[in-house]
Ligand binder design. Structure first.
Ligand SMILES: Cc1cc2nc3c(=O)[nH]c(=O)nc-3n(C[C@H](O)[C@H](O)[C@H](O)COP(=O)(O)OP(=O)(O)OC[C@H]3O[C@@H](n4cnc5c(N)ncnc54)[C@H](O)[C@@H]3O)c2cc1C
Length: 436
């Protein structure tokens, strides 16, 4: 990537997953129509190439949203970056339709994302981590801040680092993997986000050592990993540790799904605290700690099939929590507490997979000293305007926009793909309007 430290950018995007990819497309589409030169934009992604949850691209794993909720269609159904355009370009459109399935595999969606980014002309710096943002220029605390300095580190950059000036940033650094309290990752203790990479390493180098594996968690990733291990390691004993009695089904029925419609963002944003609480209470089960019915059924079929063959391979420890994990020689010892009897039990495994979910995006590490300009509510959460711009002290004249981390202001779709096309359009319009 060619970087000009002398150039003042209009916008720098931090993180290049689907959210900022969608934003980059919206910038090209919405600004490319005027005939004027578009805003100067650059994006940075710390991974070496575009990658969307590569560690969970399990064979057969399906998308949890319709293919029409792609990077663009809800904002611009005629876009050349749509999933339908992708299918057309790949020569698969008729067969996709014949397949009669709204939900592509995750692998196909990943291929779509790669295809879409290859059509873009906006520069993306891969292998470049943004390490902080600070006011550019005058360091006097009360001086107006008209420009930001974005600090980037990357082996491919001249001298290993760069500093860019910009009027706006859009932070989209994604969900943060969560481990059980007190449990650290190591070569035998994995988070689901790294599952396939770790599994492949073991499969090539020490397959025979994967005899006993425990999977902790009750959500989609936990169930998918258990099903995958059951298929891939017929000789292994698997233990599923889950706090509920059984995997709960994800509600993707039509009325409930309206919670992810673009209009639902206004209902949430302008709603009362009580209505927001009600939305979470009633509709959490559309996405959080739930599993698609197809995955539940196919997993149950496998477990029942084992029983018919007289060989149980999965032990379910339900109503159970991991209380501690320690290394004993080459083994990992998990202490599990039963929530029904309060009894403790130790289990020794070769590998422990923690499918224990994610925390929402946290912009603070990237904001660095700029964080002090950002206003927070009584509960310490960022105050965010409807156009996804953080409310800041008046002396900061630059825009800090969030894609993610706005569950408390914009609702359930904040970390998901559902509303990404419309949200990107709203952010681009805000950038253009506020810039004048
Ligand atoms: C396994 C899995 C499956 C999912 N499936 C669905 C689904 O089917 N439907 C749905 O709606 N949602 C799904 N989700 C939710 C998920 O959050 C969204 O799919 C999507 O990833 C959001 O895109 P994003 O760009 O905001 O974040 P991400 O895809 O997480 O991208 C953020 C990027 O920022 C980069 N980054 C982080 N910090 C820095 C930094 N300091 N400098 C530079 N780069 C940085 C990261 O490397 C990453 O590539 C799924 C989540 C998981 C974990």
């Amino acid at each position: 990537m060619e970087l000009s430290e002398a150039l003042t950018h209009d916008v720098v995007g931090i993180g290049f997953g689907p959210s900022n990819l969608s934003l980059a497309i919206a910038l090209e589409e919405l600004c490319g129509t005027t005939g004027e030169p578009g805003p100067a934009a650059a994006f940075f992604e710390r991974k070496p190439s575009l990658g969307w949850h590569r560690g969970m691209l399990l064979p057969d794993a399906k998308m949890q949203i319709s293919f029409l909720k792609d990077l663009v269609t809800f904002r611009n159904p005629a876009s050349r970056f749509s999933f339908v355009s992708y299918l057309h370009a790949k020569g698969r459109l008729p067969r996709f339709v014949n397949n009669q399935d709204f939900f592509p595999t995750r692998q196909e969606f990943h291929d779509y994302l790669e295809w879409a980014q290859a059509q873009l002309s906006t520069p993306v710096g891969y292998g470049c981590e943004v390490t902080g943002i600070r006011p550019a220029g005058d360091d006097t605390a009360a001086a107006p801040v008209e420009l930001l300095r974005v600090e980037v580190r990357g082996a491919g950059l001249p001298g290993g680092s760069a500093r860019l000036h910009t009027r706006n940033v859009v932070i989209s650094t994604g969900l943060v993997p969560r481990m059980p309290d007190g449990v650290e990752r190591d070569e035998r203790i994995w988070h689901s986000s790294e599952f396939l990479d770790r599994f492949r390493e073991w499969e090539t180098e020490r397959a025979g050592e994967m005899r006993r594996i425990a999977v902790v968690g009750a959500g989609q990733s936990a169930a998918e990993i258990l099903r995958f291990l059951h298929d891939r390691l017929p000789g292994a004993m698997l233990t599923a540790i889950l706090p509920p009695y059984g995997y709960a089904i994800a509600d993707n029925t039509p009325f409930a799904n309206e919670i992810f419609d673009p209009a639902a963002v206004d209902d949430y944003y302008y709603g009362s605290d009580e209505s927001r609480d009600m939305i979470w209470k009633h509709h959490r089960n559309t996405n959080y700690s739930v599993v698609d019915d197809e995955v539940i059924k196919s997993l149950y079929e496998r477990v029942y099939g084992d029983e018919v063959k007289g060989r149980r391979r999965v032990e379910f420890l339900n109503l159970a929590r991991v209380e501690g994990v320690k290394r004993v020689a080459d083994e990992t010892r998990i202490t599990v507490r039963s929530l029904s009897t309060d009894a403790f039990r130790d289990i020794d495994v070769d590998v422990l997979v923690c499918a224990t979910g994610y925390d929402p995006m946290d912009p603070a590490p990237v904001l660095g000293e700029l964080d002090a300009y950002c206003l927070r509510d009584a509960r310490g959460r960022y105050r965010v305007e409807r156009d996804y711009r953080i409310l800041t002290r008046p002396e900061l004249r630059c825009g800090i926009y969030l894609q993610g981390g706005t569950e408390h202001t914009h609702g359930l779709s904040s970390s998901l793909l559902s509303n990404l096309a419309v949200r990107s359009g709203e952010i681009v319009n805000s950038l253009l309007t506020r810039q004048g």
